[in-house]
Design a protein around this ligand. Structure first.
Ligand SMILES: Cc1cc2nc3c(=O)[nH]c(=O)nc-3n(C[C@H](O)[C@H](O)[C@H](O)COP(=O)(O)OP(=O)(O)OC[C@H]3O[C@@H](n4cnc5c(N)ncnc54)[C@H](O)[C@@H]3O)c2cc1C
Length: 386
């Protein structure tokens, strides 16, 4: 596809494809800055991955950067975590609804020596950056969270990591978008058309793709045929799917009041429930939660918190994390000059919502990306797929 001239409008009309937490938050930020938005979603807004998530705001877990992970992902996560307190406060003030933001600390616990070494690695990285983190023996950890098993090897107290009720956040955003005079919600797929060498969405000046794991599946009408949007920007084809199953249990007084992490298992208090997650299933996109997998998650959680052994399950569900080859989102202008993307947030989409809305609004309204934002351009070099 060839390129059209770059539009430089101060109050553009923008079509946004996808009303998950990313599309909703970008819509609101852009509308607050003067843009007129049409937000398209053929499904119930906010009920994709953004509903399925646990709501952890956990930058420290990107500190122990693993091979292949974007080298600046930790910086992006930290920056977004710093924005969360003000972001949550404004969302609550504007919507009149609580969103359950808790700034931390959380505890990462070790039940085996390998996990204990992993926690030491995170602590080292945090220390090098001057960030707080305390290594606790099991008694000190149990003083913070009495429900923990006495058999654990210890914990890492993470001041930077907290949680939010992601479902309340999505509901608050939806309310604000519905109320905003410059935002229209359309219950249809984004209408995308090929017009000669350019892409058009019903005459909007700019297009923003925020369809999560389905971003690469969007279709464009060209000469009466439905062709893939990937033809306009190949990076969209790089977003893979990572299914995750979760459950919630009725939260009793002897269950955790603190967000806990133990290797791949985590527990997050959400009102009268405790959310327990999650499986990580590359390639999985659909399906009901599997009884054995859910029982496995609960049994693993009960190794960490013994009182969970007889917990009452209140709900089970699954969702799909959208992952790029370097596990960091695509943020910014695509090869098609009037099209931008904010997708591929993998396991950090809730954490990264404030910084994403800011970066996207800045760039769509004409600012050049700074060093940090520029590092997440969709055109960046990516590691080879395994
Ligand atoms: C089990 C699980 C646990 C997680 N836990 C956490 C966590 O604790 N902390 C954290 O930070 N992140 C977590 N995540 C990751 C986070 O949920 C995602 O990164 C984030 O929700 C992605 O948001 P999104 O708006 O891009 O996608 P989604 O919420 O999936 O929204 C995409 C929207 O696009 C719509 N759409 C699809 N096709 C079209 C089309 N053609 N036109 C228009 N719209 C379309 C869909 O209907 C959907 O509403 C978790 C994810 C999962 C699955």
């Amino acid at each position: 596809m060839t390129c059209a001239a770059r539009p430089t409008l101060s109050a553009p009309r923008i079509a946004i494809a996808g009303a998950g937490i990313i599309g909703l938050s970008c819509a609101l930020e852009l509308a607050r800055r003067g843009a007129t938005i049409t937000l398209y979603d053929p499904n119930t807004p906010g009920r994709g991955a953004s509903w399925a998530a646990a709501g952890m705001i956990a930058p420290a877990f990107e500190a122990a950067s693993e091979p292949g992970v974007h080298p600046k992902l930790f910086d992006l996560c930290l920056e977004s975590a710093r924005l969360w307190p003000g972001f949550a406060a404004r969302l609550e003030a504007d919507s009149g609804k609580p969103v359950g933001y808790a700034p931390g600390p959380s505890l990462a616990v070790a039940a085996d020596p390998a996990t204990a070494r992993h926690l030491d690695g995170i602590l080292n990285t945090l220390a090098k950056r001057g960030l707080p983190g305390d290594r606790l023996d099991v008694d000190a950890a149990r003083a913070v969270e009495p429900s923990l098993s006495p058999d654990l090897l210890g914990a890492l107290r993470l001041e930077t990591d907290g949680h939010v009720n992601n479902r309340a956040v999505v509901s608050a955003f939806l309310l604000l978008c519905e109320r905003h005079p410059s935002i229209t919600l359309e219950p249809t797929p984004a209408p995308l058309h090929s017009r000669g060498s350019t892409l058009d969405s019903d005459g909007h000046d700019l297009i923003l793709v925020t369809a999560g794991w389905q971003s690469g599946a969007l279709k464009v009408t060209e000469h009466g045929q439905q062709v893939s949007l990937v033809n306009w920007d190949i990076s969209l084809d790089e977003i893979d799917t990572y299914g995750g199953q979760m459950l919630s249990v009725e939260r009793r007084a002897d269950h955790p009041a603190t967000t806990l992490r133990a290797g791949p298992i985590y527990m997050v208090p959400r009102g009268s429930e405790l959310v327990i997650g999650a499986t990580m299933e590359p390639g999985r996109t659909t399906g009901m939660p599997n009884t054995d997998d859910i029982a496995g998650l609960l049994s693993d959680a009960a190794q960490i918190v013994p009182s969970l052994a007889d917990a009452r399950i209140t709900s089970t569900w699954s969702g799909v994390r959208p992952g790029t080859p370097d596990f960091a989102p695509f943020l910014g202008r695509t090869r098609q000059p009037n099209m931008f993307v904010a997708a591929g947030h993998y396991r950090n989409g809730i954490l990264l919502t404030p910084i994403t809305a800011q970066i996207i609004a800045d760039q769509m309204l004409g600012a050049e990306p700074g060093d940090l934002a520029g590092a997440f351009a969709p055109s960046r070099a990516l590691p080879a797929q395994a």
